[in-house]
Design a protein around this ligand. Structure first.
Ligand code: KMH
Ligand code: ZN
Length: 337
């Protein structure tokens, strides 16, 4: 994901009229807000006393396998500048098959229109979900973040394409010269809709403050569909948390008990974040949404080589890539609908 787009992207403020009309959901599960949990606990973890080590990681250590998510396209890079970027449905399906063979279990999907520009067109999204299901076993996770120019109503409507899973970003963040807008009412409505529709959310955390919002969300509305909390630390966005090992350890220590997590580093933070995540017991996200350089001065030739590198490092860490069925069990993703 390169947040340098040059497009005018001042997002609209969240309007009450955008809200879905589903029933209010009451909190349940271990995330009830209160003195022992919720925001207070997170704030405590964020601010160790001077000279004191950070609290030990509360999130669940990864099991024997590594969940690899591929984010092949994103909404920021232009096909004209990055010819290897998959932008058509055929290119996306080809990449998806290659990435599954290389060790990916989840695909995080942004789509493009006929001019290779980002779109949230529902018919295209629905066709994309069907095509990926037809050709791969990957868990299909649609982006609800879209592009910084996308409105809240269109981002909520992504769930109408009935994916297995979706991203759910837990707060607003500066995004290069732009703003990726995620106000609380939108987050809450999106989360409620995931529960109504039976879509498993992945909580995307671009900054440490987003963890407090995740705690608030779980406290207010209870556990996600599938019953398991899985987060993705998106690190190194200009305006978000930096992509380094110290920040990763801090963020992981603040996650809700029992949560699993992956991490992705944007641009040149890709490899350091991957190594830090593996050593801290986390899972991995890689792909051309997040980096278009394989190494300094060497453009990525395709998503599969990023997945291959992640899989090789996971093997080295003695936590080999999970198969899609193992990932479904971990994340609580139902069988095919
Ligand atoms: N394209 C970014 C503005 C997501 O997919 O949920 C948002 C993003 C996060 O990529
Ligand atoms: Zn994305």
């Amino acid at each position: 994901m390169s947040p340098i787009t040059g497009r005018d992207s001042r997002g609209p403020g969240y309007r009450a009229g955008n809200r879905p009309t589903g029933p209010a959901l009451t909190g349940s599960g271990p995330w009830t807000a209160g003195p022992e949990g919720g925001i207070l606990r997170v704030m405590t973890n964020h601010t160790p006393a001077v000279g004191q080590a950070p609290a030990p990681a509360a999130a669940k250590p990864a099991g024997p396998g590594t969940l690899i998510t591929v984010a092949p396209t994103g909404a920021e890079s232009q096909k004209s500048a990055v010819p290897a970027l998959p932008v058509t449905l055929d290119e996306l399906v080809t990449t998806a098959k290659e990435c599954q063979a290389a060790g990916a279990a989840v695909i995080h999907v942004h789509i493009r229109d006929g001019q290779a520009q980002p779109t949230l067109d529902l018919a295209r999204l629905t066709d994309t979900v069907a095509a990926l299901r037809e050709s791969t076993d990957l868990i299909v996770q649609l982006s609800t973040g879209g592009a910084v120019t996308d409105g809240f109503e269109a981002r909520l409507a992504v769930l109408d394409a009935a994916p297995d899973a979706c991203s759910l970003t837990c707060g607003t963040v500066n995004f290069g010269d732009e703003v990726f807008s995620n106000p609380w009412p939108f987050i809450r409505d999106l989360y409620a809709r995931t529960k109504e529709r039976g879509v498993v959310p992945e909580f995307e955390l671009f900054d440490l403050g987003h963890v407090a919002t995740l705690d608030r969300l779980l406290g207010d509305l209870g556990a996600p569909h599938g019953g398991h909390v899985h987060c993705d630390l998106v690190m190194g966005v200009p305006g978000g948390m930096p992509g380094d090992a110290a920040t990763l350890v801090q963020a992981v220590s603040a996650l809700p008990p029992g949560a699993t997590w992956s991490a992705t580093g944007i641009g040149r933070t890709s490899v350091p974040v991957m190594l830090a995540a593996l050593s801290a017991g986390g899972h991995l996200r890689v792909g051309m949404e997040d980096t278009v350089s394989f190494a300094r001065g060497r453009p990525v030739t395709g998503n599969a080589e990023l997945v291959e590198r992640a899989a090789a490092l996971a093997e080295l860490a003695q936590r080999p890539p999970m198969r899609p069925d193992q990932a479904r069990a971990l994340l609580g993703v139902n069988g095919r609908r």
